[in-house]
Design a protein. Structure first.
Length: 119
């Protein structure tokens, strides 16, 4: 795949609203600097800067995947109040240039984790 293939399939844009990530009533992230990634065939994903995520919530996982349109992803377990949510977040440390806006940012996906936009 080339970067041009990625650009035709995926778009990224900054998000002007506040993004809140929570488990039950526990806040795990709060950001006004999120990026929205829209990829053909998938649900849109919000990527948050790591600095906007509560300390100690992300635990590095051994899981790694490769996307021909974004690059290599590393996964994280989300831990809160002693509960571990396996591989519930991921990040592209060095994504392809066409999706550079998500570099080092984290997306979440787990049934117990809510990702909401406000404002």
């Amino acid at each position: 795949m080339t970067d041009n293939d990625s650009a035709q399939r995926i778009t990224t844009e900054p998000v002007a609203t506040t993004v809140i990530v929570s488990v039950d009533t526990r806040l795990i992230a709060h950001s006004r600097r999120a990026a929205l990634l829209t990829e053909r065939g998938y649900r849109p994903r919000l990527y948050l800067p790591r600095g906007d995520i509560a300390a100690g919530v992300l635990i590095d996982s051994d899981t790694r995947t490769h996307c021909p349109y974004k690059g290599d992803a590393r996964y994280f377990h989300v831990t809160i109040d002693g509960q571990r949510y396996t591989d519930a977040a991921w990040s592209y440390d060095e994504p392809l240039a066409s999706v550079a806006a998500i570099a080092g940012r984290v997306a979440f996906d787990h049934p117990a984790i809510r990702v909401d936009q406000r404002g």
